[in-house]
Write a protein that binds this ligand. Structure first.
Ligand SMILES: Cc1cc2nc3c(=O)[nH]c(=O)nc-3n(C[C@H](O)[C@H](O)[C@H](O)COP(=O)(O)O)c2cc1C
Length: 542
């Protein structure tokens, strides 16, 4: 410790500091000033006096501790210690001093005003002729560092706890939802699993029953003698946390005090209402009760929120699967003039019709394909003025060209897909669009229509038809292929197909398609061939 050794020499020559600093030998002024003004606390004690009292303290010591020099010189430095000072740290100091060795400890000390601070104390003996004449001590206030270290430790501990909980509870719930067969099995499995967790005593999963205008449980677990009526909440109670969770899509934490108004039985000290939201759709709410008032902390909220997303994803996938598997499907036709739908707006600016050809699903930017029977330059010029259209690429030329619209908001197609719906057809002309959607029979048709009308108030259902679908397996095949394609491969394949690349007398070349995707021809063909290979493999191998 270089600094210490240098100071020892200062003190050696600076004579025995039995008295305060005034009678220092001539020539030591500079050194003494250096001590006085050093940026760390400096203290010197005299072990020849009873109880090894302080004989010198510098300015920084006064600043750190809040004591004046006069108040402390003549006292042993232990007056800085207090109720929460660690006895082991004090013992370490004592043993070091008794053994005449240097010692460094970090311990809790108290300022004159009573405020605690973390003090890093280094004490070293000063030798003269084989005798210890004095001890010198350095004090540094390390409160900020100790607190920061403690926070890091706590963060790490809570992160480890989070990982454990994610691994445990979330892992179990994921297993339940993956293996469940249908919506009700998901609901029952999730409630059983949650109510079995140490933290929770009761869990229920509900959704909006539109006929009854209430949030109604589908499944519950953890207590006998509870019925659905006791748990249901009228949707008009908009201040109720469970209704709020569904309406806002945000996690709601109900404290012990509020729980009484929310829970139909006693022994509950906290409630969490977790919205089951996947993309833009809320499938319901998961409600858990805990007897432990401290259980629902930030970490737990994070776990429960991811759990909610997992369950919602499963419910969404379940609806999509139902469409694929359904023999009975419902076809809805809607008409709207709502210009917030970009194709409605665009068609109002064009003399011609727009026809939906498909969408790239899972794209980071929602992308929809339309054919237009209007001159390409007119479509491009009109699209410039349409809000929400971020970019347009065109493949082919003249009437009947294919346009790829990149839009900032998923227009209908994505949100419907999330609910198991599939857009069959969109045609837009003169600012009016007709949209045909397939829904699995048994899907919440009314809820879906209400959702659409909430967004596009003038939308009206012009046709509703239930029909048998021959079990061709085509949709399963399409879904299986779609799953394997990357976004780029899917774009390349859809573009090529819709633009007529596979037609007998093809209108577009690979170069056109590559250019429209902003990639080289070689890259385009790579994506296309990879996509073709996957389609053929799905068709021929399986
Ligand atoms: C030079 C010197 C400086 C010291 N500075 C501090 C200090 O800042 N804070 C503290 O808690 N103890 C400090 N101590 C330790 C106490 O004075 C005392 O040695 C310690 O409490 C162990 O002895 P005890 O068990 O008799 O109290 C210092 C000791 C010496 C010799």
């Amino acid at each position: 410790m270089g600094a210490t050794r240098r100071l020892i020499r200062v003190a050696d020559r600076g004579v025995r500091m039995a008295a305060p600093s005034d009678d220092v030998a001539p020539g030591s002024d500079v050194k003494l000033r250096a001590l006085d003004e050093a940026p760390v606390g400096v203290t010197i004690t005299d072990p020849d006096r009873p109880d090894n009292p302080l004989v010198y303290v510098n300015d920084a010591f006064e600043e750190i501790t809040g004591y004046d020099r006069d108040e402390v010189v003549g006292r042993n430095c232990r007056f800085l210690q207090g109720p929460d000072t660690d006895a082991d740290a004090v013992a370490e100091l004592r043993e070091g001093i008794d053994a005449r060795e240097s010692v460094v400890v970090e311990l809790l000390n108290y300022r004159k005003d009573g405020e605690a601070f973390w003090n890093e104390v280094k004490v070293a003996p000063l030798w003269n002729d084989g005798e210890v004449t004095n001890y010198v001590g350095f004090q540094t206030d390390v409160t900020a560092r100790v607190r920061a270290e403690r926070e890091v430790r706590e963060d790490r501990a809570s992160l480890e706890h989070l990982v454990d909980r994610l691994d445990g509870l979330l892992g179990d719930v994921t297993e339940v939802v993956v293996n469940a067969n249908g919506r009700d099995e998901v609901a029952v499995g999730v409630c059983e699993r949650l109510a079995a967790a140490d933290t929770y005593s009761f869990a229920w999963l509900g959704d909006v029953d539109r006929a009854a205008s209430e949030v109604r449980p589908r499944a519950w677990h953890g207590r006998d003698g509870v019925d659905a009526d006791a748990l249901a909440v009228p949707t008009e109670r908009t201040d109720h946390p469970i209704v709020r969770a569904i309406r806002t899509g945000e996690f709601q934490h109900v404290t012990a005090a509020e729980a009484a108004g929310v829970v139909p039985f006693g022994g509950v000290s906290g409630v969490a209402a977790i919205p089951l939201t996947y993309r833009s759709t809320t499938y319901g709410v998961l409600v858990v009760y805990t007897p432990d008032p401290a259980a629902l902390n930030d970490v737990e909220a994070t776990v429960l929120e991811s759990l909610g997303r997992t369950v919602a994803t499963a419910l969404s996938a379940n609806e999509s699967r139902r469409l694929i598997a359904a023999d009975q499907i419902v076809t809805l036709a809607l008409e709207t003039e709502d210009r917030s739908l970009f194709f409605v707006d665009l068609s109002a600016r064009l003399d011609g019709e727009l026809d939906y050809r498909g969408a790239v699903s899972r794209a980071s930017t929602p992308t929809l394909f339309f054919a237009a029977d209007a001159p390409t330059k007119d479509v491009l010029a009109a699209a410039e003025a349409v809000p929400g259209v971020d970019g347009v690429d065109v493949v082919g030329d003249g009437n009947g060209a294919l346009f790829e619209f990149r839009v900032s908001e998923e227009s209908l197609v994505g949100p419907l897909a999330d609910r198991g719906g599939r857009v069959r057809e969109i045609s837009a002309r003169n600012g009016r669009a007709r949209i045909e959607v397939d829904l699995p029979a048994g899907a919440d048709t009314r809820g879906i229509v209400e959702g659409i009308q909430e967004r596009y108030p003038d939308a009206e259902v012009v046709r509703y038809r239930e029909r048998e679908r021959p079990p061709t397996g085509e949709d399963e095949f399409a879904a299986a292929v779609e799953d394997r394609l990357t976004e780029r491969q899917s774009t390349a394949l859809q573009k090529a197909y819709f633009a007529g690349y596979y037609d007998a007398n093809r209108r577009v070349t690979g170069a056109d398609l590559a250019e429209s995707m902003g990639i080289s021809r070689a890259t385009f063909h790579q994506h296309l061939r990879a996509a073709e290979r996957k389609v053929f493999a799905a068709l021929l191998d399986e």
